[in-house]
Design a binder for this molecule. Structure first.
Ligand code: KIV
Ligand code: ZN
Length: 513
């Protein structure tokens, strides 16, 4: 058995299934490029058959990514598999990942199929997929809660049909480490041709054990692929967090004894990019990527770390990509210096037009904020106004008045398509007044599920505010993110960004639907 562990990132597929985390094609490509810099082995780019938007996103990632295998999810039917193969055509290396539920509960209640029908469909799907692609992954959905005898029958057959990876999902996050590890070991021992495929783990975090279960699947079960997402993004409580599982394997190589191809210095930039793009804020005490993950507050700890770092640190912050906040540029910096800093931060903007737009926003920011940090630049390039896509709703200007004892009032000018609107409203506070002003004009009837503000760089009120707004309309949930030194402006940008997502009308078939 090999000691190489495959890291399969599903941020862009299972992660994106998290309500509100849907991303545009350009956002997905930007994250895929960061995953390539992180050197993950497989990028699950989406679910090509679920919508035209997802098809285009998978296709664009397949066309651009050269170092990682690009994968598309497909239900176990010819149409889905055909769409996946079509979207992956341009990939240097491609994989089709097909799945069907195998637990009694899912087969009876969700699929309304008999076990024999599911068995037949899994077999035919893998046979069909193998004619289109050499690299086929098969997942028995809700595998961990499936009857082991039935599972062995299905898995033995799909291996015989040419599946090269077998993934055992704990779809509902029900497993506990020892039992999950043993479950995988038992399957591998019982299936006669099990050595013809790579075994993979896919754990959800409903009981907070996704990372522990994945590690047990590797250590006890002999799996050699882990499916995970940046920041543990994913439905409900999320998926196994890439940063945690990777750093556990690296820091405790003495125990796990496995090699990884990951460039860990790209972990924090990847985490930052995913959180800025989706609006899913990383909790400060989150392992590895949380703002406090390497902060020593107590005097005893600080004293220890100053004397000998390893008294309280098992990893080095710089090894996972935490650079000390650096003032990189100021208002006198020119376009070349800006472009070079983008390169150093591994930010690839598609065209000169995008670089110009980013530079214009940088100049604008530098006029209002004396110190520009790397985090500011990352926020700036995540801003929709920098990308070549012209968004439907755009903020033009905003003014607001608030005074102790007076009701706040805002006047907002924004564009909707080619038309410019001025809207005014009062509100409980300046943010409330600004968003009410926009709403008074558009009358969208959206429901706000979340509003949150964070400082992009910590430590001073000079920091830019990063606002996340989560809206719901007709059953769809979207997040919008906006940043600006003025949090009222950041809020209006975030609100319009969320409305743009609703406007873009991405309709998807749920992977587990
Ligand atoms: O959790 C799950 O079962 C999945 C499958 C589609 C692999 O995400
Ligand atoms: Zn999943």
């Amino acid at each position: 058995m090999t000691d190489k562990l495959i890291i399969f990132d599903t941020t862009l597929r299972d992660g994106e299934q998290s309500p509100g985390a849907s991303m545009t094609k350009d956002e997905k490509l930007r994250i895929a490029r960061q995953l390539e810099r992180l050197r993950v082995d497989v990028i699950e780019a989406g679910f090509a058959a679920s919508s035209n938007g997802d098809f285009e996103a998978v296709k664009s990632i397949a066309d651009h990514i050269k170092d990682a295998t690009v994968c598309s999810l497909a239900r176990a039917n010819d149409r889905d598999i055909g769409r996946a193969a079509e979207a992956l055509k341009g990939a240097a290396r491609s994989r089709i990942h097909t799945f069907i539920a195998t637990s009694a509960l899912h087969m009876e209640k969700k699929l309304r199929m008999t076990p024999d029908q599911v068995f037949e469909q899994a077999k035919l799907a893998v046979r069909f997929a193998r004619n289109l692609c050499d690299d086929i992954e098969f997942s028995p959905e809700d595998g961990y809660r499936s009857d082991p005898d039935f599972l062995c029958r299905v898995l033995e057959t799909v291996i015989a049909e040419g599946a090269t990876t077998l993934n055992i999902p704990d779809t509902v996050g029900y497993a506990v480490p020892e039992l999950y590890g043993e479950f995988i070991r038992t399957l591998r021992e019982r299936i006669p041709n099990s050595d013809k495929a790579i075994w993979s783990v896919h754990c959800h975090n409903d009981l907070g054990m996704a990372v522990a279960n994945s590690l047990a699947g590797v250590k006890l079960g002999g799996a050699r692929q882990i499916e995970c997402t940046i920041n543990g993004l994913g439905e409900r409580a999320g998926n196994c967090a890439l940063e945690e599982v990777v750093m556990a394997l690296r820091t405790r190589r003495d125990y796990f004894g496995l090699t990884l191809g990951i460039d860990a210095t790209q972990i924090v930039p990847a985490s930052r990019m995913v959180s800025q793009t989706t609006g899913f804020v990383v909790q400060p005490n989150k392992a590895v990527v949380g703002a406090n993950a390497f902060a020593h507050a107590s005097g005893i700890h600080q004293d220890g770390v100053l004397k000998a770092r390893d008294t309280y640190e098992i990893m080095r912050a710089e090894d996972v990509g935490w650079a000390a906040n650096k003032i990189v540029l100021g208002k006198l910096s020119g376009r070349n210096a800006f472009k070079q800093r983008l390169q150093e931060l591994a930010i690839e903007l598609e065209s000169e037009a995008e670089i110009n737009a980013a530079f214009a926003r940088f100049k604008d920011l530098a006029d209002r904020k004396s110190e520009i940090f790397d985090e500011d630049i990352l926020a700036l390039v995540s801003d929709e106004s920098v990308t070549a896509v012209r968004e439907h709703y755009r903020l033009v200007s905003l003014s607001q008045r608030s005074e102790t004892g007076e009701r706040p009032f805002a006047s907002v000018v924004f564009a909707a398509g080619e038309q410019e609107h001025r809207a005014e409203s009062d509100g409980n506070g300046p943010v409330d007044a600004s968003l009410k002003a926009i709403e008074s004009k558009l009358q969208t009837g959206v429901e706000m599920l979340l509003y949150s503000v964070n400082a992009i760089t910590s430590g001073s009120t000079e920091s830019q505010g990063e606002v996340t707004v989560r809206l719901q309309h007709s059953g769809r949930v979207v997040n919008g993110v906006g940043s600006d030194p003025d949090i009222v402006v950041a809020s209006a940008k975030a609100y319009l960004a969320a409305l743009n997502k609703l406007h873009s009308n991405v309709d998807r078939v749920a992977a587990q639907g």
